[in-house]
Design a protein around this ligand. Structure first.
Ligand code: GUN
Ligand code: FE
Length: 427
């Protein structure tokens, strides 16, 4: 494992801003103690003598950040794609998640998930587990050993879900969560806990109240779902009639940004006041385009969110999304933004490749700190991409090679090496 100080050489590409993709052919990416010291066309004097890993003509890009996914749903990916959210939860998701009360089952399933994640383009992920503490701790241990960085949540749900996947009551759910935090906080190098109320419908007021108290006591981040589906939103209004918008339900309990670093998945149908609340509170949006298509949720207005200065990254939302490929998430984000422009609002231009790449790297990376770019001072997460299997007669520039890699990663693309926090995961 390469760790302390080394240089990666190749065709380097990273996002500086949403609009500005930096490309340096035959460039040098310098890593010292896990931190990027910058990218150089000519190696500065002070770094001569450091070991160089020469990747030739391969592309070197920042690791991809999956801001929203569900590890326990991996076994049924690609199934139930004819259903909308609430039916899909009852038919596929809740029965599968209940199996994680059995630690042997959890081990078999999570080993597959973690091994596939290790091989994937994601270097950082924000992950839902299930309500079960032992299975969630096991997932954290497996991720730690695999060397990928993640926030992992033990899910909270105490109402409006089947008996076989419901915590006894708010008190029991909060107590289990506290015990889980005590057992995991600060225990890992790569993995940290995140509070995970599943979504407002499955969380009672007293449960959300207790989780808000835990957030303030332990200062840990929060993840949940927001305004994904129209029936879900109507249900939240019935359950919490006092709320001005869905986001305010979390906000009322201190689980929506501000001091509590928060990521909300989807935000497909957020109202104006909800968007303004997210902007004001610095809530991250995890845009999950493939899931939004599969569950017929709708198209999140990402151009609007970018124009209004919201913090946005991308997620796969397994298994609402069928694939854990973050390359696919970037290509899908571009695709659905074109449908939004054509069918919904002609003022909202489609996302460019540069913007989608920014969202999949630096946009989501910000949730983890200085992550998702190769600018000096960023934690060094990198992928080395071999695109020689994506055959063509054309000679391509670096930017073109990156663009088609987003679309064709699964057709001949290969990740030749992966680094997380300056540590080689494989290569
Ligand atoms: N809302 C509540 N639970 C879920 C889930 O597991 N997946 C998705 N996509 N939305 C949800
Ligand atoms: Fe989800």
């Amino acid at each position: 494992m390469r760790q302390n100080a080394f240089i990666l050489k190749g065709n380097i590409c990273y996002a500086k801003t949403k609009e500005h993709l930096v490309g340096v052919e035959d460039g040098y990416l310098v890593c010292v103690q896990g931190i990027s010291q910058g990218v150089y066309p000519v190696l500065p004097e002070q770094y001569r003598g450091l070991p160089v890993v020469d990747y030739g003509q391969r592309l070197i890009i920042p690791g991809l950040v999956d801001l929203h996914t569900h590890a326990p749903q991996y076994p049924f990916r690609g199934l139930g794609m004819d259903l909308e959210l609430l039916e899909w939860l009852d038919t596929h998701t809740f029965p599968e998640e209940s199996r994680y009360s059995d630690l042997d089952y959890a081990k078999r399933a999570y080993e597959i998930f973690v091994e596939d994640l290790r091989q994937s383009g994601a270097t950082r992920s924000v992950i839902f587990g299930t309500i079960h503490t032992p299975a969630t701790v096991l997932l954290m241990e497996l991720l730690e050993a695999a060397g990928v960085k993640a926030y992992v949540g033990k899910v909270n749900m105490d109402q409006n879900c089947p008996d076989f996947l419901r915590e006894a009551d708010a008190g029991a759910s909060v107590k289990d969560t506290r015990d889980w935090l005590e057992g995991t906080l600060g225990k890992f190098r790569n993995v940290a806990p995140i509070l995970t109320p599943r979504f407002a419908p499955t969380c009672s007021g007293p449960l959300l109240e207790g989780l808000g108290e835990l957030q303030r006591e332990y200062g840990i981040p929060v993840q949940s779902h927001l305004s994904e589906n129209l029936s879900e939103i109507a249900w939240v209004k019935e359950l919490f009639p006092w709320s001005e918008c869905y986001g305010e339900v979390y906000g009322h309990y201190g689980l929506f940004g501000g001091e509590a670093k928060t990521v909300m998945a989807h935000c497909v149908h957020s109202t104006d006041s909800e968007v303004e609340l997210m902007r004001r509170k610095g809530v991250y949006v995890a845009h999950c385009p493939q899931s939004n298509v599969n569950l017929s949720s709708g198209i999140a207005p990402i151009r609007r969110y970018l124009e209004e200065g919201l913090l946005v990254g991308l997620g796969t939302d397994l298994s609402g999304g069928a694939t854990m490929s973050m390359f696919r998430a970037m290509a899908d984000a571009i695709g659905v933004s074109k449908l939004y422009w054509r069918l919904v609002d002609q003022e909202k231009k489609p996302l460019t490749m540069e913007e989608a790449f920014y969202l999949g790297t630096k946009g989501g990376g910000a949730f983890f700190g200085r992550v998702g770019s190769f600018e000096e001072g960023y934690e060094l997460d990198a992928l080395v991409l071999d695109d020689t299997g994506i055959r063509t007669t054309r000679r391509m520039e670096t930017r073109e090679r990156l663009e088609r890699y987003l679309y064709l990663a699964e057709e001949g693309g290969r990740i030749a090496a992966k680094y997380v926090g300056g540590v080689e995961v494989f290569g």
